[in-house]
Design a protein around this ligand. Structure first.
Ligand code: CP
Ligand code: NVA
Length: 322
């Protein structure tokens, strides 16, 4: 079986195909056990997670807190005003104390380097709840959603339209490993991080998948199975709102764009959604938009991560086709 005990979860870069598949299998298994079969299953009784948030959150907080409680453990929420992290106490010192009182830590921070610093000094697993560089938990939920919708991940063609941000960086790490092609359309000045791109190109070569970068959203979406976007203004970039909205003109995901993707193509968005990046018509289209299923799957996937980092888990139900 797959053993992920004690590992940090800071980026999908550190997880190989079979480890990602094991997490997704666990997530689907837990969804069946709790949601369908209404099972009471509490493998984490007596365990606790510290949840550190330097930014706002609806989904990451709710999914982790309610998920930990389903698993039988306890979650402690620590907002920006609750903990000394990096302000009145070094990250190193906080990490040492957190390690002595909790079994796992989830942190939503600005710099990826803060997560790395925490993980360097923590003796318990650190889970990224998003940084400016990556959002690995989101991509697990997105992959679960795609698997549920299409019955398989391998061979899917994804199109990202919008900002070269943390969320697409995690797609770049995950898609090649699971055999998916990725087209990315970003405006000038909003390209993906060059280092992440370099890593992704290496993964693409190893996996034989494809990855294309363009300025033209219509070119990116043509013939794809999934059109994905995110806000143009990530948390911390609020001061740039005006300029960004101008610079992203033409990148709104519209009905026309979905038509160019193809009749079977679906729409995804990690949420929270701002008005400008996708039309209401697409966002609330019950046939094509899977955003609510995607949000729900944040819960099953973070539960899979917490469980596997704390104990070895062998799913009861057959492995889905990835
Ligand atoms: N998608 C996501 O991470 O949402 P929150 O910011 O609400 O946690
Ligand atoms: N890119 C967004 C994602 C929010 C879940 C942000 O960083 O704010």
């Amino acid at each position: 079986g797959t053993d992920l005990i004690g590992r940090h979860f800071l980026t999908l870069k550190d997880y190989n195909q079979s480890e990602i598949e094991h997490l997704l299998w666990t997530a689907s298994d837990l969804k069946t056990r709790y949601k369908e079969n209404k099972e009471v299953f509490q493998p984490l009784i007596g365990k606790s997670i510290a949840m550190i948030f330097q930014k706002r959150s609806t989904r990451t907080r709710l999914s982790t807190e309610t998920g930990m409680s389903l698993l039988g453990g306890h979650a402690v929420f620590l907002g920006p005003d609750d903990i000394h992290l990096g302000v009145n106490e070094s990250l190193q010192d906080s990490a040492k104390v957190l390690s002595r009182m909790t079994d796992v830590v989830l942190a939503r921070v600005y710099g990826q380097s803060d997560l790395e610093e925490l993980s360097k000094y923590s003796t318990v697993p650190i889970i990224s709840g998003l940084s400016d560089m990556y959002h690995p938990l989101q991509i697990l939920a997105d992959f679960q959603t795609l698997q549920e919708h299409f019955g398989q991940l391998k061979g899917l063609k994804l199109a990202w339209v919008g900002d070269g941000n943390n969320v697409v960086h995690s797609f770049l790490m995950g898609c090649p490993k699971l055999g998916m092609d990725l087209n990315i359309a970003t405006p000038k000045g909003y390209d993906v991080d060059p280092k992440v791109k370099e890593d992704a190109v290496t993964l693409v070569k190893q996996s034989g998948t494809s990855m294309n970068f363009t300025r033209d959203p219509m070119e990116a979406v043509a013939g794809t199975d999934v059109v994905i976007t995110d806000t143009w203004i990530s948390m911390g970039q609020e001061a740039e709102s005006k300029k960004r909205i101008k610079d992203f003109m033409g990148y709104e995901v519209t009905k026309e764009m979905m038509a160019a993707a193809g009749p079977h193509a679906i729409f995804m968005h990690c949420l929270p959604r701002h008005k400008e990046e996708v039309s209401d018509e697409v966002f609330y289209d019950e046939k094509r938009s899977v955003v609510w299923q995607e949000a729900e799957n944040r819960k099953w996937t973070v539960m899979a991560v917490m469980l596997n980092l704390l104990q070895q888990y062998m799913p009861l139900h057959p492995k889905p086709t990835f």
